[in-house]
Design a protein around this ligand. Structure first.
Ligand SMILES: *Cc1c(COP(=O)(O)O)cnc(C)c1O
Length: 445
């Protein structure tokens, strides 16, 4: 089906933005023209998925849709045990609670907001072990998501206890950047030497597999589905947000190979999510996700999906607009530092840029910089991430190339606007995951 979108005036948008505290998360969807806030749960479902929705088995226990989901995860991701959750963070919560003890260190290839929150909430400390290139928006390294093996080994040697390595593929906060198969294999070998398991954040692992097919020698003739299976085979489990690669509006899962650990997870899931055969999802939603998994690994689908993101990115590169390169799998990331070179990071350049873009055209994007990074739990100071970005996230199977052109023109207009804003000040700061609900006011002087 199609959904009408609404054009608004600049005056209307200025009022909506002020009302939303200059935070694009607080805008009403009806005030947005082209919505690139996130690719999470915003994909369009196929006819086959919608048909599956009609086959929902809403039994409390043992729904047939659960077994279809379990089968799809086993077939395409290769893990033995599948525990459904309401979305990715539900799986992160369960995994963190069953694996992490207070005082543990959890290394990972760059933090993700909800992932790190649950690791810290369970008493762990996150340590970033991604390669340095990931923090440099101009580095053209083809696999900027790679784990730095020296950094990882240092953590494995010195930490009191490491419950697992948290491996993201692709790396959202680095700009949707992939990990190479060679790096996953080497990381596995290193972790094996220290007896440390690897837990994959599989949210966009299909997109990662596509980049391996495109960029890594030896994989050109392999199917994305086979590359995905190989990648997962080097890991011990995975958390999944069904709202990304698997093409559904809600859902997720935790997958594990270790039977004893899976039993613990199945026990805890009933406390927080629901029985272990639905985990917070309706039967029909599990069916849509089972079918979405099958569709998501088809080469034609993933080529078109990532190709659309590349199209927008290359347009902006051609127009000399500062973006994170190479272009990622799910989003184009604008480098706010180079939009506003004179603005101090504490004036929230990326938050400001997202607001300016909305004001210009009604295109909604999201901040991925100092606001998202939050504060250090011990010192209370802001984290000051090197990357100060605005994410233009492309929903799957929703927009056309013409929409991408409109987005590019608005980004260009904001970039070339000689009247530079001074930035924002935060006037309300929530305690957890502040970027979702924080409020701001413009700095006028
Ligand atoms: C979205 C996301 C999550 C969390 O998933 P939700 O379904 O939003 O709870 C975890 N990791 C990454 C990389 C994500 O992009």
């Amino acid at each position: 089906m199609v959904e009408p979108i609404r054009m608004t005036t600049r005056e209307h948008r200025a009022a909506a933005l002020a009302e939303a505290g200059y935070n694009t998360f607080l805008l009403k969807s009806e005030d947005v023209y082209i919505d690139l806030l996130t690719d999470s749960g915003t994909s369009a479902m196929s006819d086959w998925q919608w048909a599956g929705m009609m086959l929902g088995d809403e039994a409390y226990a043992g729904s047939r849709n659960f077994y279809n989901l379990e089968e799809a995860v086993r077939q395409y991701y290769g893990y033995s045990h599948v525990i459904p959750t309401h979305q990715g963070r539900g799986a992160e919560h369960i995994l963190s609670q069953i694996c992490i003890q207070p005082g543990d260190t959890v290394p990972g290839n760059m933090y993700f907001t909800t992932t790190r929150y649950h690791q810290e909430h369970a008493g762990g400390e996150f340590v970033d072990v991604i390669i340095d290139e990931a923090h440099d928006p101009t580095s053209l390294h083809p696999f900027k998501g790679n784990v730095d093996l020296d950094k990882l080994e240092h953590v494995l040697k010195t930490a009191r206890r490491v419950p697992y390595l948290s491996l993201a593929a692709t790396v959202n906060m680095a700009g949707g950047q992939p990990v190479s198969m060679e790096n996953v294999r080497a990381t596995r070998a290193l972790c094996d030497r220290y007896g440390v398991p690897i837990m994959l954040d599989g949210t966009r692992a299909v997109e990662n597999a596509y980049f391996i097919q495109q960029r890594e020698p030896g994989y050109q003739d392999k199917k994305v589905a086979d590359i995905l299976r190989e990648m997962c085979s080097y890991t011990d489990g995975c958390t999944m947000s069904g709202k990304k690669d698997p093409l559904v509006n809600i859902g997720g899962w935790l997958a594990l190979n270790d039977a004893a650990l899976a039993d613990k997870a199945r026990n805890l899931v009933v406390v927080y999510e629901g029985l272990h055969t639905y985990g917070g999802m309706a039967g029909r939603d599990m069916e849509a996700m089972a079918r979405g998994i099958v569709e998501s690994v088809q080469d034609d689908h993933i080529r078109a999906r990532v190709g659309q993101v590349q199209y927008l990115g290359e347009l902006l590169i051609d127009w000399a607009i500062p973006v994170v390169q190479p272009i990622g799998g799910h989003a184009v990331y604008l480098d706010a530092r180079r939009f506003y070179p004179d603005m101090p990071q504490i004036n929230f350049p990326a938050q400001t840029l997202a607001a300016e873009l909305y004001l210009d055209s009604g295109v909604r994007a999201m901040e991925r910089g100092i606001v998202s990074a939050g504060r250090n739990k011990h010192t209370g100071d802001h984290y000051y991430p090197k990357l100060e970005l605005v994410r233009l996230t492309i929903p799957r199977r929703v927009y056309t190339q013409a929409h991408m052109d409109v987005v590019a023109e608005s980004v260009d207009a904001v970039y070339r606007n000689p009247d530079k804003p001074k930035g924002l000040k935060m006037v309300y700061e929530p305690e957890y995951l502040r970027f979702f609900q924080a409020r701001f006011e413009p700095i006028r002087e």
